[in-house]
Design a protein. Structure first.
Length: 130
């Protein structure tokens, strides 16, 4: 899939976010970057300010170190115009790690993610088992 539908109209924010989350659940980082991110995307996280699809790849790698099996729960997606917020959690029994308060925000323009903020905190599963 590309940034435009079959009629040449850019995908809406919910379509882009749904495609992004589907790719991430499937472990398809390459497809996610190809189909959903603008090449000059800006990313802001506790790791700093980064630009471009290589930054998407690098920050996904940071999260993968905590949750190598990619067991995520998407709790809520809110959208308004070109802005969205995702509330999520994740867990990995192998690393005894839980993300208990993930919150990402997105700006989508012309069918691509052009900006994203990423925040999450990790803790041992024993501290947040549910």
């Amino acid at each position: 899939m590309n940034a435009d539908d079959k009629h040449g109209t850019p995908r809406g924010i919910r379509e882009v976010l749904d495609a992004h989350l589907k790719c991430r659940q499937a472990g398809d980082l390459d497809g996610d970057i190809r189909d959903n991110y603008h090449p000059d995307v800006a990313l802001l996280s506790a790791e700093g300010v980064h630009h471009g699809t290589e930054a998407v790849r690098a920050l996904a790698g940071v999260l993968r170190r905590y949750l190598p099996d990619g067991d995520y729960r998407y709790r809520q997606v809110l959208t308004r115009g070109e802005v969205a917020m995702l509330i999520w959690s994740g867990r990995c029994a192998d690393t005894d790690t839980k993300v208990h308060d993930g919150v990402d925000s997105y700006v989508v323009h012309d069918g691509r993610i052009v900006a994203q903020t990423i925040h999450y905190a990790t803790a041992p599963l024993s501290e947040h088992p549910a």
